[in-house]
Design a protein around this ligand. Sequence first.
Ligand code: ATP
Ligand code: MG
Length: 555
Amino acid sequence: MTEHDVLAEAGLDGLPGGGLNIAYEALDRHATDRVALRWLAKAGGREDVTYAELRRRSARFANAMASLGLSPGDAVFVLSGRVPELYVTALGALRAQLVFCPLFAAFGPEPIRVRLAEGRGRVLVTTQRQYERKVAALRSSLPDLAHVILIDGEAEGCLGWSALVGAASDAHTIAPTDPETPALLHFTSGTTGAPKGALHVHGAVVHHHQSARHALDLRPGDTYWCTADPGWVTGTSYGIIAPLTVGVTMIVDEAEMDVERWYTILEEERVEVWYTSPTAIRVLIRAGEALARRRDLSRLRFAASVGEPLDPESVVWGERALGRPFHDNWWQTETGGIMIANVPGAPIKPGSMGKPLPGVEAAIVEERGGALVEVTAPGVEGELALRPGWPSMMRAYLNAPERYAKCFRDGWYLSGDRAKRDADGYFWFVGRADDIIKSAGHLIGPFEVESALVEHAAVAEAAAIGKPDAVAGEIVKAFVVLHQGVERSAALDRDLMAHARRRLGPAVAPREIAIVEELPKTRSGKVLRRLLRARELGLPEGDTSTLLTSKGDEP
Ligand code: ATP
Ligand code: MG
C-alpha cells in the first residue's frame, strides 16, 4: 500500500504533495462553511468560526511567523485563556511546522519560565495582562524568546496580534511535512514530581483521528465539547486536533467551571458528545442530581471521562442524572492519545478503564528474574505496559534522554501506573506505582479505597495514602471531603469507619480517616497524594509548581 492508501484507510488525506501535517488534516482538507469552533465568551456573547475561516486565520498566523524569520522546528508557546486566538496559534504554528506548546493560563511566573526555557520558546502569544504580571520581568532570563505577541493591548517590547497576524496574507500552502516532524510539546501534570516535556510529531494525527472516532464516537457534524483546557494534552489532542480532523463543531467555553453554566451549555448548545474529567464530574455530583434532571439533555449521545480514575459511583450517576453513563478512558501525556477505553456499544463495567483500542497492545507486566514478563492470569496486579509503535507516542522527553530511555524495557513502554486485567480483557486501574500502599504484606491501590469511601452518602471526594507505621510498614490513611451541608460528628466518623471496613475488609480499610475541606490537586485537577504524604510526615513538599492553590498563580 502507498502512504496515501494507508492514510485513506485511517480516514485522513495526507498532503497533496506528500507527507502529513496536522493542520492540513484539521482544516485545509475540509475548509467549508461548517462551524469549526463555537466560542462562548466569559462575559456573554459568542463567535462562530467556520472551518474556512479558521484555515484563513491559521494561514495568516503561519505567514506572520515567516515574516518574523521563524523556521521549522522553532517553538511557539501560548499563554492565554480559551480564546479563538489560542486555536489559531496552535493551527498556524502546526501548518508552518513550528512546535506548538500550550501553557496553562493560571500558571505563575516560575512554571512559565521553566517551560519556556526548557522548550526554548522563540515566540510567546499571550495577553497584555498575563505579560505584565508574569512575563515582562522574566524576559531578560529567556534569551531564546525573540518575540512576544499580545492578543490584546500593548506593552513595551511586544508585537500586536492585529497588526502582525491580522494584517498578514491568508494565502499559504502547507509545505511537504515528514510525519516525523516535531509538532507538539506537552508538559505532564506534575502529579508525581517535576513535570516532564513530552515531544510529539505530526504523524500523531493518525491516532488522534482514529481514537476520536473509536473511543469518543465522534462523527462529522457532531456538536462536541471537550472541557479540558488546551494547556493540558487532552485539551489539545481532543480539544483541538482530533475533533477538527473529524469535522465536528467544537464548543469552546472561555469561563471557568460553573455547574449551572455547564448544564446550560449542554442543553442549549445541544452537545452530542462530551469529554470531561472525574474532577468535574464530582463537582456536578456534589451539586446534586436535581440540577441535571431539570435540563433537557436528550441530545447527549456519548459522555466520556479521562485524567484520573473514575469511580463506579460516578459512572452510574451519569446514567441516572444525565441519562448517559460516563465512559472512562485511560492515557497519558506521553501516549499522546487514548490507549484504553470504554468504547461506544460495549458493555461498561463501572470502575474499569475498558479495553485497549484497535492497534494498541496493552499488558500487565512484572519483573521476574531480572526481566519483564507479561502476566496473563486474570486479576493479577502489575505495571501497565504498552507495546511501542502507535503514531502519537512521544518521541522524546525534552532534555532528558536517560529518563526517556528508562521508560522502555524488554520491548515494552512502562506507564508508571499499576493495573490488572480481568478474564474479559477489561483493564482496572489500581494506582500510580508511586502511590501504592504497602501495609502488612499487602499491596493496596488507593483507588480501591477511595472508590469505597465515595460510595458513602456523606462523602464527595476521597484520597488514600500510606502512612508509615512501626508494625505494618504502612497503614492506610484516608482524607475525605464531605458533601455540601453535611455536618461533622463523632457518629459520622464511626459510620465512615464502619462503612470502609464493611466494604474493604479490615486489611484494606483505612485505619485513619481525616475529614478535610479540600484535597490538594494539580492545576489539571489531579489529586496530589505525594503532597498529602509529605504533609503527613512533615517533609518538604517537593515540586509544587503545578499545585492548584499555590500562591501567586492567577488567571
Ligand atoms: P506526572 O507524569 O508529571 O507525574 P501525570 O502523570 O498526572 O503527571 P498526565 O500525563 O497528565 O500527567 O496524566 C496521566 C496519568 O493520569 C496516568 O498515567 C494515570 O496515572 C492518570 N490517569 C489518566 N486517565 C486515567 C484513568 N482513566 N484512570 C486512572 N488514571 C488515569
Ligand atoms: Mg505521568
